[in-house]
Design a protein around this ligand. Sequence first.
Ligand code: UGA
Length: 458
Amino acid sequence: MSGRGWLIRVAYTGVMRCNVFGTGYLGATHAAGMAELGHDVIGVDVDAGKIAKLAAGDVPFFEPGLRKLLSDNLAAGRLRFTTDYDLATEHADLHFLGVGTPQKKGEYGADLRHVHSVIDELVPRLTRPSVIVGKSTVPVGTAADLGRRARALAAYGVDVEVAWNPEFLREGYAVQDTLHPDRIVLGVQPDSIRSEAAVRELYASLLAEGVPFLRTDLQTAELVKVSANAFLATKISFINAISEVCEIADADVTVLADALGFDPRIGRRFLNAGLGFGGGCLPKDIRAFMARAGELGAGNALAFLREVDSINMRRRTRMVELTTAACGGSLLGANIAVLGAAFKPESDDVRDSPALNVAGMLQLNGATVNVYDPEALENSRKVFPTLNYSTSVAEACDRADAVLVLTEWREFVELDPAELADVVRNRVIVDGRNCLDVARWQSAGWRVHCLGRRLESV
Ligand code: UGA
């Protein structure tokens, strides 16, 4: 089929067929989201266990709203999952790439082996003109490389384009961010003839709602994504650096952040001081960005990200120091309740979780640590099997010498200090996320310590 015929078929039906390779966080959400937009979607993965779960409507991770999106679209017949590349290549000519790009072992750079293996498996099977749209976060230059790799692997006469459409979804809001993105960025090859039309058609209903669409070259699209995450990480570390000064100068960083936030050029979001950022994206993305800039000879330009990383990691040790002080100078034999293990609320993700890191350090310093999280216990047990895990706040806080709030789940923010007072040994609470109503806790007889704020009572 000619390139033109391919586009006409798409435009005529309005419903597109597409595949999504990689069914982790990003891929599974994108597949279900595209089906929800009315398209006919196959999610493909090499992990048969993951595919079986998704095909049965079971989401292998916690993400609000995703289970319903998945089961609705499976039931409607718009969404299928398979490990079969032949089935997928027969199904569609538009292929999304949503596999993981983790940090390399022992290095800052990104590990691209999954991206490469999809291209190597997929492209030789293609028999019609096709578009491969990358969504994974990759070092600048990767998409152009993949384009060359794809052209080398494609059968004679089969035209394969590579485009890049970075994903900006946040864990915990993945469904909303997929169905209502704040922008769509598409990087295309210089000689591209069909990528933009295909992607515009796929996202037609979003574009009709006025979502901004930016077409660019491949390298700009790649850089938009890592720059966005670098900016967010910098904003968090900025306020945390200021909080270090606030702590010494006896100023209140939360009021300061509110005051800064009224300036629309600054904005209040991502100015919450506390334990800092973790998760599978921000930490590894800033490191991979630094590594890539170094390779390109622009290492100096991103040297500040090393400081961003360092400020962020310092929050974790500061939290341990604050807890030690709250326990009277030593953690030896202290019974500590840790509320929160996920890297942020509304997620069961514990990758590079500041909360779990702190819990581990407290234990190393001789404390008995009881961790509770509403969703992340199972994942936590896998990475930190030696900590004690509780199935409720009350169980974790039983005879605690100090209670630590390390992830700002609503359940913790809304805790009743009077109720908890009878459970603990000492009414000492350490707020690692500046999310508690300090006056309320103090008036219930608690000593409150906040990361980045010095309080009168402390
Ligand atoms: C981040 C970006 O926000 C998404 O836009 C991006 O698509 C995603 O990475 C990705 O690259 O896939 P996510 O990792 O889900 O999303 O988490 P964020 O909401 O960005 O939070 C990251 C960390 O920063 C969390 O540990 C959170 O607790 C912390 N944080 C956030 C703060 O410490 N202070 C704040 O004010 C905000």
